[in-house]
Design a protein around this ligand. Structure first.
Ligand code: SF4
Length: 321
């Protein structure tokens, strides 16, 4: 994993509260994360875990309610106007739904060139040449530029979305469930393309997914979220081979071919509780087979796993499990 002295992205205590009438929903609570250049960090959790809100807050597509976001040494938290637009150019997003995220009335060339137009990068001829190069990068036919999104398959549309994100040569890409809307047979191709591009351009990426299988394949480090909170974080090899949190173990139990788990299988029962009314103490306790009375009373803080200074777990009892 690449290491440099200061992270490209440093997030401290990030939180997001949505209000609906009298109700406050804590979608993300107190998430801290550093990402170094060239690193891929995965955010994994079920639908409703807060991972997408977290990704949007990082780019300030959704305004965070709490915390600090620093990008390449600049505090983004309250940045506005031209300085923020300039930063936005350096941070791009790949969206989950390749059907909804591409304007059906625009040709593929216009879609891919749009970020270049917005940020006024290059001449018309240079933008056209850049689009041609990007089509090659993502393995799309060169005549794709004059066609429209509906003429392409789901996997091809996501390649268009990837080309659009790469157009301005960003420093950071946030990929929000980029393969979950695709057929399983196509998912591996797109994941492999992302891995190839990451290695070729030393991209830095925040990869959001509900699939720990994909995350462990692609990412250097993983953050496991549940009801807006971080349950566990650490290098992907540790998370897949020695998960310490019961929730991570449950996610891996759902993919038994992964890792070398010698623990009891944990099956997740029931649904995610409502974020509007989360359980007291440990938010995972209503689905945790190891829950004890302390779990209802006290929120577990992230603690380091002994001997693994990069693995952290939020569970009162993980040493005994
Ligand atoms: Fe389970 Fe308690 Fe640990 Fe939460 S703190 S994961 S409820 S054992």
């Amino acid at each position: 994993m690449p290491e440099s002295t200061s992270p490209l992205l440093a997030i401290e205590g990030l939180g997001k509260i949505f209000t609906a009438g009298q109700q406050s929903i804590h979608a993300v609570q107190d998430v801290s994360l550093d990402i170094h250049r060239g690193e891929i960090v995965g955010i994994v959790g079920e639908s409703g875990s807060g991972k997408t809100t977290f990704g949007r807050c990082v780019l300030r597509l959704t305004e965070p309610s709490q915390g600090r976001i620093e990008f390449d040494g600049v505090n983004l938290t309250h940045l506005e106007g031209a300085p923020m637009r300039n930063m936005r150019r350096r941070m791009q997003m790949i969206f989950q739904d390749p059907y909804a995220s591409l304007n059906p009335r625009m040709t593929v060339e216009r879609i891919i060139a749009e970020p270049l137009d917005i940020h006024q990068i290059g001449t018309v001829a240079e933008r056209r040449a850049r689009v041609g190069a990007l089509l090659r990068e993502v393995d799309l036919p060169l005549d794709s530029g004059s066609r429209y999104p509906h003429e392409f398959s789901g996997g091809q549309r996501q390649r268009i979305g990837i080309a659009r994100a790469l157009a301005v040569k960003p420093d950071l890409i946030v990929a929000d469930e980029p393969v979950s809307a695709l057929d399983v047979s196509i998912q591996a191709q797109v994941v492999n393309l992302l891995k190839d591009l990451q290695q070729r351009y030393h991209l830095t990426m925040l990869f959001i997914s509900h699939d720990l299988n994909v995350v462990n394949f692609l990412c250097d480090r993983v953050l496991v979220m549940y009801l807006g909170r971080v349950m566990e974080s650490g290098p992907a090899r540790l998370i897949s081979n020695r998960p310490a949190h019961p929730y991570t173990q449950a996610l891996l139990s759902a993919n038994p071919h992964l890792g070398s788990i010698k623990r009891q299988r944990i099956t997740l029962s029931g649904d995610l509780p409502s974020p509007a009314n989360p359980p007291s103490g440990c938010v995972f306790r209503t689905r945790c087979p190891y829950a004890q009375s302390r779990c209802a009373e006290e929120i577990p803080q992230l603690r380091q796993v002994a001997g693994e200074n990069k693995q952290q777990v939020a569970c009162h009892f993980f040493e005994q499990l």
